[in-house]
Design a protein around this ligand. Structure first.
Ligand code: G6P
Length: 650
């Protein structure tokens, strides 16, 4: 989770930025950097590893250079002596390895424009080629570096920094947060948010402003903040703040006052943690993907899946990270939401890597005398890493000679300590009891695992024609678009409130899905019952006729996942059957599907996407529907009755 801090005002930007980055340190990063305007222009320091390395670097360079404050600057600094401006960043690698050159900030060739960014620029390859054709020379492997070169190109054509920054940001595709500064217009920072891969919060103080990716980075200085929405950019000056849409239209923003306690600061602009966690899923998925996929080639690197190398039967990798033993079979064990993620993973791993997968409840597995043998893997999926039933199932696997892997969010948890293969969800802390971002990231982890297995399958598997290495490269490249697609689903949409108002008083809901989206029906039902206490059942749509159909009448809302996939026609016929019995159909459908608009009573749309990625998208309307319904009912969304975030008893 990259961190962003910026400052403009009379205080020392360097210490404010370093301090802010330190407050965001717990989110994880692999390198850090800072750009501050000094007497000789923009001064940049970057270092791999911890912030202390960056500080050391700065101390050493300070003795060799003029002070970083811009007192007596040659630049036209407005008003005040002691005026200071800078930006800082903690990076978690997406494009390019963990090197000093790849750390942010990135500069144009003349070193007059500095940029920090969070997210994935989906069209960076096209932009890079275009800029190279104009003569730009790139010094890093990052997607970020296209931004300062693009701004530079526009400024050379006569635009002001502000106009050039708006124009450049307007060309970025994907979900991104960006902050820029320029030594030719040193009285301002430009900050922008596209989608939800990274937030931008601007702190307002007397004669000074702060910019951050997360409120905890700046609340010690000011509690009065504004949050940028998708498609907004701010011109941030010490004594002035202007927010515009990227097309230049002005936007009126009302400041929020954040309570001083760390919990409220962490919640930021959201009412509940669950709401925040739903809305930070584009960012969480970006973090899940960081450093694990080469988006140009589609290669998934096993090193960064953290499948540890150990000796013995359960070792699947050698120290060069090539697969020694391809898992014969995988038994996925999990509980609750994690079990639903496992059901989706079964489709992914079987389809992409052609490894047979069985999915079982953690609580059932050990009691059914499962058929386990050496050469197979028991995969525990658990956000907390402490769920007693899942841990017991993983132990059963280990005792009987299987390799044990885990997909886990909590770092250092028991599941991680017990497993000899670990893939972190990297969702960041999830406070709401109801799992949301850990669900989506654990699906993405299984997608990565499936691609990695297919790509690194030993020759024997390739020869049998079972694994699909070629397809897996194309499938992995698709992941670059995922944060952007998720962002589209997080846009304000009155349908959720409308549905909550209309149906919050129902006692029962039915959720139907088929194929890969059948587990999403299960998850939709679980979300609704967990937080709103409305009874809900999830069913594979084809099974409806064997029981649940008896429940359907004109009072029953039936949520049907009917995206344009290989079972679309089948879902349409289920919808017809619900309608024939006067049920109320709420369809989750693909944008542009006019046919379903005529069939369903309500339609929530998701953007078109490759079939194997659709569950990540259809999960989000389920979460938003459950959330709005629970809020409408006045339920305790973050701490629903009788439930716990971590269930450490059997
Ligand atoms: C509890 C939580 C659920 C979670 C389940 C499994 O019931 O309330 O949100 O899905 O445990 O938890 P785990 O940590 O193993 O994923």
């Amino acid at each position: 989770m990259c961190g962003i801090i910026g400052y403009i005002g009379p205080r020392n930007a360097t210490s404010i930025i370093l301090n802010g980055l330190r407050r965001l340190e717990y989110r994880g990063y692999d390198s850090a950097g800072i750009a501050v305007l000094g007497a000789r222009g923009i001064h940049v320091e970057r270092a791999v590893g911890k912030l202390s390395n960056l500080e050391l670097r700065m101390q050493n360079s300070e003795s060799a250079r003029p002070p970083l404050s811009i007192l007596n600057s040659q630049f036209p600094i407005p008003n005040s002596p002691g005026f200071s401006i800078g930006i800082g960043h903690t990076r978690w690698a997406t494009h390019g390895g963990v090197t000093e050159n790849n750390a942010h900030p990135h500069l144009n060739e003349a070193g007059t424009i500095a940029v920090i960014q969070n997210g994935i620029i989906e069209n960076f390859i096209e932009l890079k080629h275009e800029l190279q054709a104009e003569g730009a020379r790139f010094r890093s492997e990052t997607d970020t570096e296209v931004i300062p070169h693009l701004v530079d190109l526009y400024m050379r054509s006569g635009m002001s920094f502000t106009r050039a920054a708006f124009a450049a940001i307007g060309r970025l595709q994907g979900s991104n947060a960006v902050v820029l500064m320029c030594s030719q217009e040193p009285d301002k920072l430009i900050a922008a948010r596209l989608g939800n891969a990274g937030g931008i919060v601007i702190g307002i103080g007397p004669g000074e402003k702060f910019v951050a990716s997360d409120a905890p980075g700046i609340v010690e200085h000011t509690r009065t903040v504004i949050f940028l929405d998708d498609g907004e950019a701010a011109i941030v000056q010490a004594d002035h703040l202007e927010v515009r849409r990227l097309n230049g239209a002005p936007v009126e923003k009302s400041p929020h006052v954040i309570a001083w306690d760390p919990v409220s600061a962490e919640k930021g602009e959201y009412r509940h943690f669950m709401q925040k966690e739903i809305f930070e899923q584009a960012r969480a998925v970006t973090d899940t993907l960081r450093g694990r996929v080469n988006f140009e080639t589609g290669e998934v690197t096993l090193e960064n899946l953290e499948l540890r190398v150990e000796n013995g039967e359960s070792s699947f990798l050698n120290s060069q990270f090539s697969i020694l033993n391809f898992p014969k079979r995988i038994h996925t064990v999990a509980c609750g939401t994690s079990k639903h993620a496992g059901l989706i993973g079964k489709f992914l791993i079987e389809r992409i890597a052609r490894v047979p997968v069985e999915v079982d409840y953690g609580s059932e597995y050990r009691y059914r005398d499962p058929l386990i043998e050496a050469g197979m893997v028991v995969l525990g999926i658990t956000q907390s890493g402490e769920t007693a039933d899942t841990l017991a199932a993983m132990s059963t696997g280990r005792e009987r000679g299987a390799g044990v892997w885990t997909i886990v969010n909590a770092i250092g948890s028991q599941a991680e300590r017990m497993a000899n293969g670990v893939i972190h969800m990297r969702a960041g802390p999830e406070i709401g009891v109801c799992s949301t971002k850990t669900f989506v990231t654990s699906i993405v982890d299984q997608y990565l695992l499936a691609c990695a297995l297919a790509q690194h399958a030993p020759q024997a598997s390739d020869a049998s024609g079972e694994a699909q290495p070629a397809a897996s490269y194309a499938l992995a490249r698709e992941l670059a678009h995922l944060p952007g697609l998720i962002s589209q689903l997080l846009a304000p949409d009155p349908i959720y409130e409308e549905l909550a108002n209309r149906f919050h008083d129902r006692r029962h809901f039915l959720f139907l899905g088929r194929g890969m989206n059948y587990p999403i029906a299960l998850e939709g039902a679980l979300k609704l019952k967990e937080i709103s206490y409305i009874h809900a059942e999830g069913y594979p749509a084809g099974e409806m006729k064997h029981g649940p159909i008896a429940l359907i009448d004109e009072t029953m809302p039936v949520v049907c996942v009917a995206v344009k996939d290989s079972v679309y026609d089948k879902m349409i016929s289920q919808i017809e059957q619900v309608k024939a019995r006067s049920g109320i159909v709420i369809a989750i459908a693909t944008e542009g599907d006019d046919f379903i608009q005529r069939k369903a009573d309500y339609v929530i749309t998701v953007p078109p996407a490759p079939e194997l990625l659709t569950p990540v998208l259809t999960a989000i309307p389920m979460q938003r529907l459950a959330y709005e319904t629970a809020v409408r009912l006045g339920c305790d969304v973050d701490q629903p009755r009788n439930l716990a975030k971590s269930v450490t008893v059997e």
